[in-house]
Design a protein around this ligand. Structure first.
Ligand SMILES: [Zn+2]
Length: 235
């Protein structure tokens, strides 16, 4: 075919070089984003980003983009791995909604639709499972406290004092205090003389509310188009 004016050597190259797209995709592009340098293959950049598909239509080796580099880091990571970032603080158990809002703006700017819809539909909430259990204990023992430690569970305890009714021995034997089953005939006779009523003392005991918070962080890796269309078509 004649008239291939764009090729200065006048050589047909459309069939002679195999996997031309692959070779072009391997080209390393240097990006200056807001003063910080990034490098990525052309294939990575154009894969999911409409912005780069338009910007890299010509064979530029380096481009300047006037955007926030801290946020671009997450855009690039998504283009590389399909993994959206999890902005979750395991200490406060809260998501960084401000940062997600900022990244949403960048996902729109760079035309990364999968990331944009992942953030705008708040799918990151599904990546973290928080299980809370609350129990009130009337007697906080050291054994109980030491049994609560678990590496992926946060334990919050608020303590106070409660009143426990403790059975009193009629003969005031210290070893029978709180243990009426230890009282023998002598104690029972004494109780009979005192009117036959079981006596109790009020005793202060440490009580607590134990809140256990178990946090499980799941994967945020997005599945391919097939997976997405399959799940969204279900009723
Ligand atoms: Zn007794």
């Amino acid at each position: 075919m004649e008239g291939n004016n764009s090729n200065p050597f006048g050589v047909r190259c459309d069939l002679t070089i195999p996997n031309l797209d692959d070779l072009v995709g391997l080209q390393i592009i240097t990006l200056d984003v807001g003063g910080r340098e990034f490098k990525a293959s052309r294939k990575t950049l154009v894969g999911e980003s409409l912005y780069f598909q338009g910007r890299l239509i010509n064979f530029a080796a380096s481009i300047f983009i006037d955007r926030n580099p801290q946020l671009f880091e997450h855009i690039l990571e998504f283009l590389r791995t399909q993994t959206p970032p999890l902005f979750f603080d395991t200490t406060t158990l809260t998501f960084d909604y401000v940062k997600y809002a900022a990244l949403l703006g960048e996902a729109r700017f760079f035309g990364v639709h999968k990331l944009e819809s992942w953030i705008s539909s708040k799918e990151y909430l599904q990546a973290v499972k928080i299980q809370k259990s609350i129990s009130v204990v009337s007697d906080l023992s050291p054994e109980l406290l030491s049994s609560l430690s678990d590496h992926n569970t946060r334990v919050d305890i608020s303590t106070g004092w409660g009143i426990k009714k403790v059975p009193v021995c009629p003969t005031a034997k210290p070893s029978h205090h709180g243990k009426p089953e230890k009282c023998g005939d002598q104690c029972r006779k004494m109780r009979y003389r005192q009117g036959g009523v079981m006596m109790f003392d009020d005793e202060a005991v440490p009580t607590g509310v134990i809140i256990k918070t178990k946090v499980e962080i799941g994967s945020t890796i997005l599945m391919g188009d097939d997976y997405t269309s399959d799940t969204t078509s279900e009723p």
